[in-house]
Design a protein around this ligand. Structure first.
Ligand code: AMP
Length: 220
């Protein structure tokens, strides 16, 4: 199975993608995680991406397209994967199709998680993540077992710089400006599975598996 996850920041893409990896064996590829790693390690990519990320803006298409193309041109490219946070613009969607055609691994579905704006702001403001293993928590909805420490690896949890309210609203504006062109692109291909993203993450995961099993797509 080859999937992309679409939806606003905070719609639960990261959690669902992690579970698709742990429970269904798909390789989880998150451009946000790759870029955050690069920023942490202060690589040339990280230095380029940091100002965009801190302001809640998109990193230029050619940069993220380069990351993804490099990943799929490697000989250890995954055959079954879920992309989280990519593509976010139509040029990215086109670049992804081109690289996947080149390696003979076309997408099966684009999953769209729908969540209203106010719910997003509440969710992101409470979000804490593990800088070491990427696990995601929410205060107060899904707190870690020990105060501010990751349940998996014990690392101190952080709030991402781009999860502050000002940056969240900016990220929502950017998402709303570019999402329709990406969703429309996949609708034309008959690949969109649209899902209600409200509710417990486990409930959404059950919905997602059901949708994938029935394979019902929305056409244009
Ligand atoms: P995310 O964790 O997916 O919300 O990504 C965090 C930030 O990384 C975004 O707000 C962007 O600044 C940057 N980023 C991640 N993926 C992309 C992408 N596909 N295109 C442009 N910027 C991206």
């Amino acid at each position: 199975m080859r999937l992309v996850l679409l939806g606003p920041p905070g719609s639960g893409k990261g959690t669902q993608a992690r579970w698709l990896q742990e429970r269904c064996g798909l390789v989880h590829i998150s451009t946000g995680d790759i870029l955050r790693d690069a920023v942490r390690q202060n690589t040339p990519l990280g230095q380029l991406a940091r100002p965009y990320m801190e302001q809640g803006r998109y990193v230029p298409d050619e940069v993220v397209n380069g990351i993804i193309a490099e990943r799929f041109r490697r000989s250890d490219r995954p055959e079954h994967f879920v992309l989280d946070g990519y593509p976010r613009t139509r040029p990215q969607a086109e670049a992804l199709d081109a690289i996947l055609a080149e390696v003979g691994l076309p997408l099966d579905h684009a999953i769209l998680l729908n969540v209203p704006d106010e719910e997003i702001v509440q969710r992101i403001a409470g979000r804490r993540s593990c800088p070491h293993c990427g696990a995601i928590y929410h205060i107060p909805r899904h707190p870690p077992q020990r105060n501010q420490q990751c349940d998996y690896c014990g690392t101190a949890l952080i709030q991402r710089a781009d999860d502050r309210e000002e940056a969240i609203r900016q990220r929502l504006r950017v998402y709303q400006a570019t999402a329709p062109e990406v969703v429309g692109y996949y609708q034309q291909q008959g690949k969109v599975l649209e899902m209600n993203g409200l509710g417990e993450p486990e409930t959404i995961f059950a919905r997602l598996r059901q949708a994938l099993a029935s394979g019902k797509t929305l056409s244009t």
